[in-house]
Design a protein around this ligand. Sequence first.
Ligand code: PLP
Length: 402
Amino acid sequence: MIAEKMKAFVKNSSAIRAMFEEGKRQAALYGAENVFDFSLGNPNVPAPEGVKNAILSILDEEDPLMVHGYMSNSGYEDVREAIADSLNQRYSTSYTDQNIVMTVGAAGGMNVVFKTLLNPGDEVIAFAPFFGEYRAYVGNYDGILKVVPPDTETFQPNLSAFEGLITEKTKAVIVNTPNNPTGVVYSEETLKALSESLERKEQEIGHPIYLISDEPYRELVYGDAKVSWIPSLYPNTIVGYSYSKSLSLPGERIGYLVLPDSLDGSEEIISAANVATRILGYVNAPSLFQRVVARCLDENVDVEYYDRNREALYEGLKKAGLSCIKPEGAFYLFVKSPIEDEKLFCEMAKKHHLLLVAGSSFACPGYVRLAYCVSHEMILRSLPHFEELMKEIAGTADSSER
Ligand code: PLP
């Protein structure tokens, strides 16, 4: 009954649903405290108190017709202006409300961008490993996603493999830093080299290549890691932002796009994005939460909590004999599977009540992703189970050598 194109999407999403079901099944059998679910990127640090205060005062102070009404498709002018001003202060830019489109999270924003830009058959390039939903976002508009193989030494974009994938059909490139699933923050040096390469290729193929910077984790960084403002490096950059992680509001579906004047065809793109948000059926981003985020531009979640988790899990896994690059942002660890088949490793982990996601979901087999947006206590309780799992793997290897 369903569309052919949907069949593949349903098949992919059933893997995630199966993991969710497995968590519930194990919790019922062994007790929730004995199941270690590292599979979901759902923030466990609550939204800052400022969010609740903003909601209450908006409901108290503002005209309900205004709070809950339709507005311009791209969002309230005053909210967009406040966001533009805040970006201008942080990044020495000169955006206005015209450069901002409020979106239904980062996912909604990317769908607006691809609806706006893609003709059927246009190619979009992503660097592995990447957030698996990009396949659907590009496929929704009959674009073709081309994958740059990973640089597993650094997990920075693999630029030497990149240029060879650009063709006449290349319309856009996606970057995501801090990255899901690796937690790696792309260096300014790499991003400059990427920009130079894109500029050279634009000349060669004779049309713009848009860089889509998907930034839901921009605020989640540790130590002195610095997240570059990519539009300052490459003029044809569109930024997609989200408050899902930075304010722990994933269910509220709120974010924005930055469409700078420096984009080739900026006026046309901005007005098309305004139409795209409506005809995709979002109409506009959630009204109350537009007003909330405008009052919370300087609020942040407790990044220290994630940092403590990062240290404990990284050190604990290392002690158990697993290896991974130490993340500088987001809330994920991307761990090298100790056996070649990482899906089998996930199955073995399940028996120790450890729920992990296979790297093939991120176009990077041989690795597994752990989301550490979980309670600190759960991480501490899980570590002996990783040690047991690794003992089992060492035992299996020993017996197969005999
Ligand atoms: N992009 C990346 C890299 C993500 O990890 C996620 C969610 O986990 C999204 C986009 C979608 O975020 P949102 O909830 O803002 O739609």
